[in-house]
Design a protein around this ligand. Structure first.
Ligand code: ATP
Ligand code: MG
Length: 397
């Protein structure tokens, strides 16, 4: 079924807050086998909201709205839906009961378009609703993500004939360029006639995004997984929600390895990503942000002479940092670089980062010049380093 997601909120169209609900809803509905084709967004304006809903009905069978269900004057969803579907707003007694002992204006939340099915709100005060409009259906959910999310789960089974006709799958690669991944995989994947192919890159992670149609979708996915493993080897690290940090932490735990980290330009991003994984305390012994030269000397034993001869952003310093922090751990990791936007030179440009991974078998150092903003450079360097750790772990056996 074709779906349009309609978000409302003046703050959203003014760019003061970000509409995170629509992509969330789109992901969940896609996973449930629906075809989300449109996401639209309107301010808290009754005329425009009505037009938007009417427009959505011209091109989608399912309309999911988020926001504007509250009790204040800018909450217009119930009026707009009533108007477009030519229904009256009627009081629902049980809902009025729920608003007892709450401010008088909350009583508005007990009114729903006539004939609407109520979608209970287990967390907040405003219930959602679902109405039919000819052969179309519209569900209105609150704007607060914490309320909307569980209510969406109640809504999905209420949307008729949600047949899963395809499976979406993302395969994730690191340490390769987008074009290299495509060159390796696309000629093979295009041979599958039931597969839609897409590819995206973010922070050094290349995702091949597939929509696989038909009865044997699961079998096709298995064959493509095998193919990717054969073609790309260790560059293939995970699927769907997997992250490099997550996979690296899992490997550390599975191999019972300990790790210590000394970060300079990444400012703790590597440690942050590893600590996203529960239980990583078994492996992660310590993580330091050694930002100044002084700290690199005092805490890691980097030699003053190395710093003055090569500068803090150098292969030599990266090595001494990784070896210094490793101590009695199995793995020592370091980063040192120039995140910008200032501080670069011809010889050492903004984005230059040295990353080192020391193990008992030796030390690997990589030099990279990452592009992008300060934030992107930090993020890319962190992902790259995590991938170095992952590869070091995979090379162990
Ligand atoms: P409700 O229907 O739950 O009453 P509302 O639109 O009336 O929602 P607001 O007061 O406008 O509620 O917003 C409540 C909170 O929900 C705010 O923090 C707002 O940023 C957030 N929110 C609203 N819409 C969205 C959205 N599309 N994506 C993410 N957050 C949202
Ligand atoms: Mg709002």
């Amino acid at each position: 079924m074709i779906v349009e997601v309609v978000a409302s909120g003046t703050e959203l169209i003014r760019g003061r807050s970000i509409d995170t609900n629509s992509p969330y809803i789109a992901r969940r509905l896609n996973a449930a086998g629906h075809d989300v084709r449109y996401i639209s967004c309107y301010g808290d304006n009754i005329r425009e909201l009505c037009r938007g809903i009417a427009h959505a009905f011209t091109r989608a069978q399912i309309v999911i709205m988020t926001g504007g269900l509250g009790p204040t004057v800018d909450d217009l969803t119930r009026q707009a839906v009533a108007k477009v579907t030519r229904r009256k707003l009627v009081l629902v007694r049980a809902e009025l009961e729920r608003q007892r002992n709450r401010p008088k204006i909350n009583e508005r939340q007990a009114y729903f378009p006539k004939g609407a099915a109520i979608i209970p709100n287990p967390v907040g005060t405003a219930s959602g609703f679902l109405v039919k409009h000819g052969r179309r259906v519209l569900a209105a959910l609150p704007g607060v993500p914490r309320e909307m999310e569980p209510m969406l789960e109640t809504t999905i089974p209420m949307l008729n004939s949600a047949r899963v006709t395809w499976i979406d799958k993302a395969f994730k690669m690191a340490g390769m360029s987008e074009s290299a991944v495509e060159t390796e995989l696309y000629p093979e994947i295009r041979k599958f006639k039931n597969v839609d192919y897409g590819i995206t890159a973010k922070s050094g992670v290349i995702s091949v995004i597939l929509r696989v149609h038909g009865r044997d979708a699961a079998g096709t996915i298995d064959r493509i997984r095998t193919l990717i493993r054969e073609k790309l080897g260790n560059a293939f690290f995970g699927e769907d929600e997997d992250t490099i940090g997550g996979r690296t932490a899992q490997l550390l735990l599975a191999r019972r390895k300990t790790i210590a980290i000394a970060e300079s330009c990444t400012g703790g991003e590597i440690a942050s990503r590893l600590t996203d994984v529960p239980g990583v305390s078994e492996s992660l012994i310590e993580a330091l942000v050694t930002y100044s030269n002084d700290s690199k000397v005092k805490r890691l034993g980097v030699k003053e002479s190395t710093l003055s001869a090569h500068g803090a952003v150098s292969e030599e310093v990266a090595r001494e940092m990784a070896e210094g922090v490793r101590g009695r751990c199995d793995i020592g990791v370091s980063t040192t670089g120039i995140a910008g936007p200032t501080g670069g030179s011809a010889e050492k440009p903004v984005g230059l980062v040295y990353m080192a991974v020391a193990t008992e078998r030796g030390i690997a150092v990589e030099r990279k010049v990452f592009g992008g903003s300060r934030w992107e450079i930090k993020s890319r360097a962190a992902e790259f380093t995590l991938n170095m750790i992952r590869k070091a772990l995979l090379d162990e056996k």
